[in-house]
Design a protein around this ligand. Structure first.
Ligand SMILES: [Fe+2]
Ligand SMILES: [Fe+2]
Length: 429
């Protein structure tokens, strides 16, 4: 019998007949499955799926004690331990890199909560709220409705506050989020990146607030670009490109038309975020020092997010590659000093990056260390033989004693890793 129930009431052994979402918006490859693991329930909750349809005829006796997902998810052992396994290892070998289904880490005990993990729930709330605001902004522009500056500024202030408490939480969240529409997430991600970079560059709160607002508005002009040009997967023709480039001027025009009560720099960020110091940018071809610093920060954040984002028609580049590209624009598109500072701020291994260490352990970058970009704070999750640790350990690679000579050997692309690094941030339920 089919029955709709709240996701939080699911237990292992129930058969989920329909998660009620398209495949892009839920964590599984199929819409139906027999629940064998509490992490599967946690995945649904993390995706915001509040109700599911179960088929009671296909349910099986749960092997784990019955409990709601919210109660049981943090510490349910998933795999038996082999006699020869060391204390720190679970029984299951880590599936080879390259598998596509997510690996769920075995969990035996709660890990100590870090400063980053303390901030994550607040960062999630601020991010989700700002994402709704970003959607509302685009909708208002499309329908020629008045933009509520106050609401946007309030959201931006929350982002600034979160970055002030812990700059890595929002950055990690930005990297770990999946399946959101680029139209809405891009402006928000540029805002998070710019605020985060601005914070580490020592900008005042006032500047950060203006930077956050300007970046949220920077691409509003795209709402006036015909969709067939805006979403064209292939190369744009010269005429199409000219229309597309006009979006920056249009972003400024929207602010002026609506007579928005914002500082002048907010308007400049919107109009000039594609200007480049050699005059090759648009719409006004302004050069060098005539481009304000906040506009430059928006410009670099914009390029970085555009390069690293997955789109329907292409896969995003790694942070490494994106920073290398921005570095190649040093002195031509962006001032040298600002490029250096931006790279320093974003870090070459942003939080959420999966890496292989020189010890051959697999680790997830948790927090960057701005004094030593090559040596972030990581969480080791699998041993050199591919065995997943039941209790992942924090390792500060910039602490000589703790790291004991271990360095990052290489970055492992997320789609090759076979697991979702989000699990290791203990995202709030
Ligand atoms: Fe733009
Ligand atoms: Fe943009």
């Amino acid at each position: 019998m089919l029955k709709k129930i709240p996701t939080k009431d699911l237990t292992v052994g129930m058969f989920v007949a329909d998660v009620g979402r398209s495949w892009l918006n839920h964590p599984w490859k199929t819409k139906s499955k027999l629940l064998t693991d509490y992490n599967e329930i946690r995945e649904l909750l993390e995706f915001g799926i509040k109700e599911v349809v179960i088929d009671t005829d296909k349910a099986q006796e749960p092997k784990a004690p019955e409990a709601s997902a919210a109660q049981a998810a943090p510490a349910v052992p998933q795999r038996p331990k082999p006699a020869q396994a060391s204390q720190d290892l679970s029984a299951a070998p880590r599936p080879p890199l390259g598998r596509t289904s997510p690996v769920r880490p075995a969990q035996t005990a709660p890990e100590p909560v870090t400063e980053l993990e303390m901030e994550l729930p607040k960062a999630v709330r601020a991010y989700n709220k700002a994402l709704d605001t970003s959607k509302a902004l685009v909708a208002a522009c499309r329908m020629n409705k008045k933009i509520e500056v106050k609401a946007v500024q309030e959201n931006v202030d929350e982002l600034v506050d979160s970055v002030s408490r812990n700059r890595d939480a929002l950055m990690a969240l930005m990297k770990l989020r999946r399946f959101d529409d680029y139209t809405y997430t891009h402006s928000l991600n540029v805002s998070v990146l710019a605020i985060s970079a601005g914070k580490s560059l020592g900008l005042s709160d006032e500047d950060l607030r203006a930077l956050g607002l300007g970046t949220m508005f920077h691409d509003l002009g795209k709402t006036r670009i015909p969709p067939h040009i805006l979403n064209k997967p292939g190369k744009l023709s010269d005429d199409e490109f000219a229309i597309m480039r006009n979006h920056a001027a249009l972003s400024g025009e929207i602010i002026q038309e609506q007579k928005l009560q914002v500082e002048e720099i907010v308007f400049k960020i919107a109009r000039h975020h594609h200007e480049r110091i050699d005059g090759s940018g648009y719409p006004d071809h302004i050069q060098g020092g005539a481009i304000p610093d906040l506009v430059t920060i928006c410009g670099m954040s914009d390029v970085y997010d555009a390069l690293t984002s997955d789109r329907v028609y292409h896969k995003g580049r790694s942070p490494h590659e994106a920073l290398k590209f921005i570095y190649s624009l040093r002195g031509t598109h962006f001032q040298e000093e600002w490029v250096d500072r931006f790279v320093q701020s974003v870090g070459i291994y942003p939080p959420g990056t999966i890496v292989q260490l020189s010890s051959d352990q697999i680790a997830v970058v948790m927090e960057i260390n701005q004094a030593a970009l090559h040596a972030p704070r990581v969480k080791t999750i699998a041993d050199p033989n591919g065995m997943i640790y039941s209790r992942p350990k924090l390792l500060n690679l910039s602490d000589a004693k703790e790291a004991a000579g271990i360095v990052i050997k290489k970055v492992i692309p997320k789609d090759e890793a076979g697991f979702d690094p989000a699990y290791y941030f203990n995202p709030p339920k």
